[in-house]
Ligand binder design. Structure first.
Ligand code: APR
Length: 243
């Protein structure tokens, strides 16, 4: 089973500020494909073809229906024990910030509340022209239009787009403040998210990585727990008295 270090137990027992960065790996056990794994989404398509505004303007139906395909997968899955464990951690700790790159809404469905969605959320849409938000649009293969005449797009951050500045600032603040920083289920390749664990570590945080395989971050981590987040996180919750 997974060996949780004495150091991590002490830090969590002391109720010191904790920040967490999650990536697609946290949702893998729910059945949501990751981006860069063997069956990852980028194996079938190129990010440049789909997850960017030029691709959307060039072929709105293709991009819209790729997101409908992903929404369809997400509508049929449930949060897993990894999501639920992070929601428990938030309830038990005085200072806990969940920063996610995921757009699948599973952290919120698992009960997390203080969530910084760096890349937006696939359940939301917005008008490409006036920015008006739309939730729960009816299923449609046609790209819906806003009352202003603009096309409606998923409210996610595409390659080449700026992240919501207020959210990224809060994320960096939480990383600076953290005594413990978890990087979970992310390849730690995409900026600016990938800078968060490194900055936290440089500011003195105890850096814990949870992943099924080593990443570019692993050599910086104080503790690398190799395994599925849906299995490792419940062990941390149980062994560190966060039930
Ligand atoms: N438990 C823990 N880690 C896992 C699991 C699991 N069950 N399954 C896969 N992983 C790990 C993989 O080893 C990989 O390191 O999750 C990571 C997923 O990496 P990516 O597919 O690159 O996803 P992510 O890091 O979230 O990508 C970041 O890139 O394409 C953009 O906007 C997109 O938010 C995404 C960003």
């Amino acid at each position: 089973m997974y060996e949780i270090s004495e150091k991590l137990r002490e830090l969590l027992a002391a109720d010191l500020p904790v920040a967490v960065l999650t990536g697609a790996g946290v949702s893998a056990e729910s059945g949501v494909p990751t981006f860069r794994g063997d069956e990852g989404l980028w194996k079938q398509f190129q990010p440049e073809e789909l997850a960017n505004v030029d691709a959307f303007l060039a072929n709105p139906e293709l991009v819209w229906n790729w997101y409908q395909y992903r929404r369809n997968i997400i509508s049929q899955v449930e949060p897993n024990q990894g999501h639920f464990s992070l929601a428990k951690m938030e309830k038990r700790l005085s200072s806990f910030t969940l920063i996610t790159q995921n757009v699948d809404d599973l952290h919120r469905r698992a009960g997390s509340r203080n969530i910084l969605e760096l890349h937006g959320n696939i359940v939301r849409n917005k008008c490409i022209k006036c920015g008006r938000q739309y939730e729960n649009l009816p299923e449609s293969e046609e790209v819906p239009q806003c009352e202003c005449g603009g096309l409606i797009r998923p409210d996610v951050v595409w390659f080449g787009e700026m992240l919501p500045q207020d959210i990224i600032q809060k994320a960096f603040l939480a990383a600076e403040k953290a005594s413990v920083f978890f990087s979970i289920g992310t390849s730690a390749l995409v900026q600016p998210a990938a800078s968060l664990p490194v900055m936290a570590k440089n500011r003195g945080a105890y850096l814990v990585e949870i992943n099924v395989e080593p990443t570019v971050l692993s050599s910086h981590a104080d503790e690398f727990l190799q395994g599925k987040s849906g299995e490792v996180l419940p062990v941390i919750i149980r062994e560190c008295g966060l039930e």
